[in-house]
Design a protein around this ligand. Sequence first.
Ligand code: NAD
Ligand code: MG
Length: 394
Amino acid sequence: MKGLCILGATGSIGVSTLDVVARHPDRYKVIALTANNNIELLLEQCLQHKPQFVVVVNEEKAVQFKQKISASAISGIEILTGSAALETVATLEQVDSVMAAIVGAAGLLPTLAAAKVGKTILLANKEALVMSGDIFMQAVRDSGAHLLPIDSEHNAIFQCMPGGYEAGSKAPQARRILLTASGGPFRETPVEQLKTVTPEQAVAHPKWDMGRKISVDSATMMNKGLELIEACLLFNMAPEAIQVVIHKQSIIHSMVDYVDGSVLAQMGNPDMRIPIAHAMAWPDRFDSGVEPLDIFEVGHMDFEKPSLERFPCLRLAYEAIKAGGIMPAVLNAANEIAVESFLNENIRFTDIAVVIEKTMLAFKPTSAKTLAQVLEADQQARQEADKQIQNLSI
Ligand code: NAD
Ligand code: MG
């Protein structure tokens, strides 16, 4: 029986994780759940899973949540608030595994804290890894933590790696990774129409049901850019050894090309419960609740190269990882600000890449050896991106 902490329990990944947990009460016990704002859903989750600890980051919401809990039939839950409490629950003695499912930079500190004390990290929060890069991977190595990717592509690559493979190590027989992408909702939209895309159109993903931020990232393909950086770190590969492949059916979730010419692929229905169940059961397997793949319904599969003209964010991610140092953190911070601004209808869809590129141009790829350097680059890049957004609207 393993103790589980879910950082970001009320999000799309958090909800899918609890769905898998409910199928395996003999394998996992929920110790802690965290949320930012959605206390209605959090209360339902508490009724069902009876955690020992809950974090509501937003302090006003935490007060309201305490009232809801007192009025309910639940007792014995310790309710904490503020972002530092995320680290407290992620490092609790009785927690074995931490599902890192907070979106964006907000997930970095608790995920890193859990890695430092050797918890098994189920990593969905790609932004945390992109920002902190080698610092995160070193923390995992130093503590001997297991790091299991939840991002469907990285989970697929992990499954295609040689037996006994641990994230961060080099698999010399693997010469290339084929990182698949659905291409998002605008794969075929005429490029000149992209500037009029609305937030509602951008978050309507054809294959995956996800949070708003990652849905916009999928539409710009910055999601694949962040995943490219994530893959370089998780699998100790150079960016040149990673080829992004648009595969619109989203049945193959990525492939590994070996030196003997064998290409291994992991396939399955596009449902995040598959990688979640894989990582939770690892090195065993258990039921995820997902329907078996109907290969006849799939019928055929297509593959194409992405256009960097249509998807400039993908080009920017290649540039950031090649430049190294603080640049992936700068890319990520500028993207978070630009996406939020787009979702608030302050900038156009095509301005997202413009803001990120202009922000990146304001920085030099200085080294990112300490967490303080990363956090400073993150803050400065956010300010620079805000400035670039104001310049756009003048
Ligand atoms: P979401 O928006 O649905 O949920 C985000 C969660 O993070 C919520 O529980 C929210 O309460 C919490 N959160 C947000 N801001 C916070 C803050 N400032 N402090 C504390 N908690 C905060 O997002 P999601 O789609 O579940 O994605 C979560 C992460 O998983 C992202 O990094 C995303 O890139 C990654 N991911 C998601 C999917 C997917 O299918 N949804 C697939 C692969 C990777
Ligand atoms: Mg993915």
